[in-house]
Design a protein around this ligand. Structure first.
Ligand code: FAD
Ligand code: SF4
Length: 290
């Protein structure tokens, strides 16, 4: 248990053992490999993921029930994908009984809240079989993401083959390799304002949390949190879908994950305090005119 990283049973340096998944995965392809294995093993019968949308890098929540659909959703789209919005449809229209879902830490909080207070979600909560959270420092409204690329990357978003945030930079890749690197101090103004009051970096409430920070390029840091997460991850490793190694001695390691989590949470706590004093956080519930 850590104040900034939440409760977890184990942490690993891991990556997919499947070349087809790794090809277009964001980092170690953990999310896609976990869901692909879980589909094959019957742990889930479908997963809610951020599929490709009508515009480049605009995510569209989708219910994947095949490995091909999971593959189509690989890679990070740095914009909001309201994956929770499909949770009812997954059970009712698709008839799923064991749902996988991937989401940012705030979305995994929403999954857990829905399980505790299933208002309007009757019969849904006990069908969440595997919730995978992705680390998240900040997110962007789609227009902000689009504008950032237009303003600072000297290329059209249609030419972009990958986007990545890491080592203090937002990097945009095209067919020709790394095309533009924007320092994060430039990207801040495009961020979703709600992210500045967010107090979770590593999806503390997920069954499994994963991100790139802490491990070398091409690998992922994986935090196994719940019994369901632990069992599914171990089975995926045993079945040869995922290669997992100890984090001992890995650089920059969990230390960097904790440092970034602390920076995010402490800054956002300070901002929340500031807003409290500004009177913008806790507005009176009653109209002042009554
Ligand atoms: P893949 O196998 O490539 O699969 C990625 C999965 O994530 C797919 O199922 C896809 O549908 C889903 N997905 C993609 N975009 C979204 C989205 N916007 N919302 C919900 N689901 C989505 N990692 C860090 O280490 N540090 C960070 O600060 C950090 N910030 C992030 C900010 C945002 C907004 C997002 C979306 C991700 C961030 N990540 C961060 C996570 C990282 O970019 C990878 O998504 C994560 O490591 C999983 O990689 P993978 O290779 O295992 O996933
Ligand atoms: Fe959600 Fe927090 Fe990430 Fe913003 S920073 S998308 S609120 S988890």
């Amino acid at each position: 248990m850590s104040e900034y990283l939440g409760e977890y049973k184990a942490v690993y340096k891991a990556k997919s053992a499947c070349g087809d998944i790794l090809g277009k995965a964001q980092d170690g392809g953990i999310v896609t490999s976990m869901f692909a294995y879980a589909l094959e093993a019957g742990i889930i019968d479908g997963a809610i993921v951020a599929g490709p949308g009508a515009e480049p890098y605009k995510p569209e929540p989708m219910i994947a029930t095949t490995i091909e659909e999971l593959l189509a959703a690989r890679g990070t789209k740095y914009s909001i994908s309201p994956n929770m919005s499909l949770i009812k449809e997954a059970t009712r229209s698709y008839g799923l009984d064991k749902i996988g879902i991937v989401g940012t830490p705030c979305q995994i909080q929403a999954v857990r809240k829905a399980q505790l207070y299933p208002i309007g979600l009757r019969d849904v909560p006990d069908k969440i079989a595997l919730a995978i959270g992705i680390f998240c420092m900040e997110n962007f409204p789609y227009q902000g993401l689009y504008q950032m690329v237009e303003d600072h990357c000297a290329t059209k978003i249609d030419n972009v083959t990958k986007m990545d945030i890491g080592k203090g930079k937002f990097t945009v890749y095209t067919e020709r390799g790394a095309h533009a690197e924007i320092p994060l101090k430039v990207t801040h103004k495009y961020e979703q304002p709600a992210c500045h009051v967010c107090l979770d970096y590593v999806a503390n409430m997920a069954d499994i949390s994963t991100g790139s920070v802490g491990t070398p390029d091409g690998w992922s840091t994986v935090m196994v949190r719940s019994k369901a997460g632990e069992a599914a991850f171990q089975k995926a490793v045993d079945a040869g879908w995922i290669v997992a190694e100890s984090m001992d001695g890995v650089k920059p390691g969990l230390e960097l994950v904790e440092k970034l989590a602390k920076t995010k949470i402490d800054n956002n706590r300070a901002y929340l305090e500031h807003r409290k004093h500004e009177g913008t956080l806790l507005k009176p519930l009653r109209s002042p005119y009554i």
